[in-house]
Design a protein around this ligand. Structure first.
Ligand code: SF4
Ligand code: SF4
Length: 337
């Protein structure tokens, strides 16, 4: 048997030419998770009409290049035309993932065939109802795991996203066994963000101490890899000598909202500083001081937006230098079995 230390995390640098389109079809959701990052005040409450969704898929499609499409919300399965949107996206040669909270409305598993979807992703924030439901709501663990089992038994490729916060980090090590038992192939460990509810005053209690993250997350990732699960987790803290780069400058990521705002950096989503917008079916550059002005700034702390949004969480050495440089939030590490 292989030792868990044999599994080393590899930093997945931004791949040249890769494109990721994160399309929020709506902001509505049946849940009210404690760390929800969706911000209807900034992104509206309208459901993207099917025809507009199809136009926007064509707008971002580059069939000659690898493009990943993540359909999300709110809860994307609340969209009545989700199955049709998935089929249109596949015809445009996107690799398509649906990020669901697990409720799978509109009989989703019957509307889509497993080979029409690259991944069906479920969100679960704890290894049992006690931990998960304290974050995501009563009864959610039971519904999500039941639907996940159904999806696996029907042949869907499934992944699971766990958002790590101070509320669940001590239970993270129990997740790999659950994933293996459920038959989940990919595990995405996310760090609690600073958007939406997590950004409001008093929510600091949700943030994870850097030392706990560095101690527990890579260890859990290795445990999952040992069980044959492909694990991805954010880099967060750059190693000495590692190069900092901002995805806003070197990668093609589009975070698209139903009100037409398009961001290049997810940390900016709580503010009206999107660099692009969709207007009359065209992708337009926004005028004025927007997120793209920050991307080229170089500071010792690494990511400029992180420094602007959470300066209190950066520790400094006696010589005034930051103890860690913070990586781009889009920089991931990967462990495969
Ligand atoms: S499932 Fe997602 S969109 Fe819905 S409340 Fe939870 S975090 Fe927000
Ligand atoms: S998270 Fe920081 S480094 Fe990454 S795109 Fe945003 S501003 Fe750039």
């Amino acid at each position: 048997m292989q030792n868990i230390n044999d599994f080393t995390a590899k930093t997945v640098d931004f791949k040249h030419g890769e494109r990721n389109v994160f399309l929020h079809l709506l902001t509505q959701c049946n849940l009210a998770c404690r760390h929800c990052y969706i911000n209807p005040a900034q992104h509206g409450t309208n459901i993207l009409p099917k025809d507009t969704a199809l136009d926007w898929l064509r707008l971002f499609a580059r069939p000659d290049r690898a493009s990943n499409l993540v359909l999300l919300g709110g809860e994307p399965t609340l969209h009545p035309d989700l199955a049709e949107i998935i089929r249109a996206a596949k015809a445009l040669r996107y690799a398509v993932t649906v990020d669901s909270n697990g409720f799978l409305f509109h009989d989703f598993l019957q509307q889509v065939q497993p080979d029409e979807l690259d991944f069906l992703s479920f969100s679960l924030d704890g290894p049992d109802a006690a931990v998960n439901d304290a974050i995501r709501g009563e009864g959610v663990f039971a519904v999500c795991t039941e639907n996940l089992r159904k999806a696996v038994s029907l042949g869907f490729r499934t992944s699971l996203i766990c958002t790590v916060s101070a509320l669940n980090i001590e239970h993270l090590h129990e997740m790999p066994a659950l994933l293996a038992e459920l038959g989940v192939r990919r595990f995405f460990i996310q760090v609690i963000g600073l958007r939406g509810k997590s950004a409001v005053a008093g929510a600091n209690s949700l943030q994870v101490e850097p030392a706990r993250w560095l101690e527990l997350v890579p260890k859990t990732a290795r445990q999952a890899a040992r069980l044959g699960i492909h694990v991805t987790f954010p880099k967060v803290f750059l190693d000495k000598g590692e190069t900092f780069s901002c995805a806003g400058q070197v990668a093609e990521n589009y975070f698209v909202f139903p009100n037409g705002r398009v961001y290049r950096c997810p940390l900016c989503e709580d503010y009206p500083i999107h660099s692009l917008r969709i207007e009359n079916g065209q992708l337009m550059q926004q005028d004025g001081l927007n997120e793209d002005r920050f991307f080229s700034l170089r500071i010792p702390e690494g990511c400029v937006m992180n420094k602007l949004l959470q300066p209190d969480t950066i520790a400094y050495l006696p010589n005034g230098q930051p103890a860690h440089r913070i990586s781009c939030c889009m920089l991931k590490q990967e462990i495969r079995c």
